[in-house]
Write a protein that binds this ligand. Structure first.
Ligand code: PGA
Length: 263
């Protein structure tokens, strides 16, 4: 796992945008896995900025979002479908036919989940998956106890997640209890993972998933199993890491390491 510690939210967002931009430039028809939540908003803003400057073309990019609340139609302003158009898709030249967000109104949820997995396969798999992390250690809506081999399915949200997300709704009771989410197993099949986290509030959870044991109680810890996982943090989120100095040292040595590897 490559852990990059940046100064603040802005730097974290720019560093994450660098990784995504590099993927798009290297493979203009890349398949991107995308995330919602407060954390990636700055990353999307930076991608939009680069697109407007003519440096990033999304016309052949294919996307799959991690999750969606069950019960919210795409027109609901708290649906993740709505979020993605609001925060990214409406501002870049993406082809709506290439966009996939799980349906919050699927009639047959199990069939839908199977279809979603098939679509990812048909697209050739996800090249780069962007992730946030919940206060309870979840990636996507894989709440504590989710199998590390799980596939796209319905999940019941934890009280903590409902509480965390209540800030986006008029009242707590409005937060949906259920979601459709890619599984941990689905996420681990992406060729590359990029997790972003900021703020001291996340520090304990971040320390657990990076330096603690691999456990379904902290589903983000499954990243330890992935050969190409990058984690970008700000100082606050990194503040409880035991080996923060080492991660910073490794990052400072990166140009030298690259030179040794590639000349
Ligand atoms: P946040 O959510 O970015 O709003 O903190 C992260 C998550 O729950 O995955």
């Amino acid at each position: 796992m490559e852990v990059i510690i940046t100064k603040d939210y802005d730097e974290m967002s720019k560093a994450a945008a660098d990784v995504i931009a590099e993927q798009i430039l290297r493979k203009p028809n890349a398949v991107l896995g995308l995330a919602t939540g407060g954390t990636p908003v700055g990353t999307y803003k930076e991608l939009i900025r680069r697109h407007k400057e003519g440096k990033l073309d999304f016309s052949k990019i294919v996307t799959f979002n991690l999750d969606e609340y069950l019960g919210l139609p795409t027109t609901h302003d708290q649906s993740y479908h709505y979020f993605m158009y609001d925060n990214l898709f409406s501002h870049v030249n993406i082809n709506p036919q290439n966009v996939h967000v799980p349906s919050g109104t699927a009639v047959n949820v199990e069939e839908f989940c199977e279809w979603y997995e098939d679509e990812i396969d048909k697209a050739g798999g996800i090249d780069l998956q962007l992730l946030g992390i919940g206060g309870d250690g979840h990636i996507a809506f894989n709440e504590p106890g989710s199998s590390l081999g799980s596939r796209t399915r319905m999940k019941t949200l934890t009280e903590e997640t409902i509480e965390d997300n209540a800030r986006f709704f008029d009242k707590r009771e409005d937060v949906p209890r259920f979601a459709i989410t890619m599984g941990v197993g689905t996420i681990l099949e992406a060729k590359k993972l990029l997790l972003v986290a900021n703020g001291e509030k996340k520090a304990e959870t971040v320390a657990k998933f990076i330096e603690g044991p691999i456990t379904s109680q902290v589903t983000a810890s499954a990243l330890q199993l992935h050969p190409h996982a990058i984690v970008i943090l700000d100082e606050g989120a990194a503040s409880k890491l035991e080996h923060a100095d080492y991660y910073k040292w490794v990052y400072a040595q990166k140009p030298k390491a690259m030179e040794l590897l590639h000349g």
